[in-house]
Write a protein that binds this ligand. Structure first.
Ligand SMILES: NC(=O)CC[C@H](N)C(=O)O
Length: 378
């Protein structure tokens, strides 16, 4: 631990929202400047997984939990090879991390990876502002990047918007790789990496699945070259309306068992002919109530999405691939949280059954995927 994490005064920093509201605080992590879409995460824990979730690429994450960094950073909980958030906003960073697995402080980790953040601001006021006005662009500035507010605001307004952003290829693997089945191998799955988290193939491997993780640019030929029993569509950053649907339509046409999560749910929805739209402020956190309408059960789930599928809640829809219905719904706001096809083995959820971090209520969805693959073999 360096002395700086022991509470030495950090440089002044300012956060500027695109509607002109500003918050003055202290630099946290790297000193400099950064831009992105301001979003808030309501998780009380799991900051290491949040920071390394590729779906947060180009987003500045505001933590609503006031005290962040308490357990430091360890060598096991990263969900990808680096921190992806564009910036980090916390109220009150831990001065001294304390956990048996901690190998360094969060502050040091942010500095090492050049992640610009801000602390000591009223994150509750900022969150309420984003809830009332909606997600918007933001900049964080410290050190040499500080300037008068008008100049900073003009720079925030130059930053790219999230609507229309095609980001999956920026975060996905360039080379295919294999995550071996744990124990006896029962199935092969081709997982299209649009920003996959490490825990996701692990959850499949635990169920005897050998997972071939393929780049976002994989063709149908690449997918079928691994002779998959099933195809998986991962989570990922950006606007789902930018994704080329050729491969997924091919998978649907061949009736290969298909499971999608988050971004995967959105692009399955689009392939079925539904629209996607931007939510006012999105769902991010590990305490979101969802109802599985196929069983009536309610589960508490991990979310990270700013877009959603526009599908009718109370009727079966006719699609080019047979009938489809909304299988899951968020109990906070009735947002579509899952889709299922009724005439072929394909389904998806808008949230994170891999639960890293988060409650494990939704783990049964990986078992449903296994059942679909078993059903196809029978
Ligand atoms: N976690 C994800 O896959 C996010 C999907 C999409 N980028 C969204 O914001 O809604």
């Amino acid at each position: 631990m360096t002395l700086s994490t022991r509470g030495a005064a950090k440089a002044p920093a300012v956060l500027v929202l695109e509607d002109g509201r500003t918050f003055r605080g202290r630099a946290y992590g790297a000193v400099g400047e950064t831009f992105g879409e301001a979003v808030f995460n309501t998780g009380m824990t799991g900051y290491q997984e949040t920071l390394t979730d590729p779906s947060y690429h180009r987003q500045v994450v505001v933590m609503t939990a006031p005290h962040v960094g308490n357990t430091g950073v360890n060598d096991e909980d990263d969900e990808s090879k680096k921190i992806w958030v564009a910036g980090y906003v916390v109220r009150d960073p831990a001065r001294v991390p304390s956990n048996w697995r901690s190998s360094r402080s969060l502050d040091e980790q942010l500095v090492d990876q050049g992640i610009v953040g801000i602390s000591s601001i009223d994150t509750r006021a900022l969150t309420r502002h984003l809830r009332e006005r909606g997600a918007m662009r933001v900049g964080i500035f410290s050190g040499d990047a500080l300037a008068d507010e008008e100049t900073l605001l003009a720079r925030v307004k130059e930053a790219p918007q999230m609507v229309g952003a095609a980001l999956a290829a920026e975060v996905a693997t360039e080379e295919p790789y294999v995550v071996p089945a744990i124990g006896e191998k029962k199935f092969t799955v081709a997982a299209i990496d649009l920003g996959i988290k490490g825990m996701t193939p692990h959850r499949m491997a635990e169920r005897g699945i050998e997972v071939h993780v393929l780049p976002a640019t994989a063709t149908a030929e690449d997918v079928y070259a691994v002779a998959p029993d099933g195809v998986f569509l991962s989570n990922g950053p950006g606007d789902p309306s930018t994704v080329d649907l050729t491969v997924i339509k091919d998978v649907l046409a061949r009736k290969t068992p298909l499971f999608g999560i988050c971004f995967g749910n959105q692009i399955l929805g689009r392939a079925l002919g539904f629209g996607t739209y931007k939510l006012k402020y999105g769902h991010r956190g590990i305490n979101q109530p969802v109802q599985d309408r196929t069983t009536g059960k309610v589960e508490v789930t991990a979310h990270n999405h700013g877009f959603a599928v526009d599908a009718p809640l109370d009727k079966v829809s006719e699609t080019p691939y047979g009938r489809a219905e909304v299988s899951h719904v968020c109990l906070n706001d009735d947002v579509v949280e899952g889709l299922q096809l009724l005439d072929q083995p394909a389904f998806s959820v808008q949230y994170h059954p891999e639960a890293a971090a988060g409650p494990h209520d939704a783990a049964y969805l990986f078992d449903r995927f296994v059942q679909l693959m078993e059903g196809q073999r029978a």
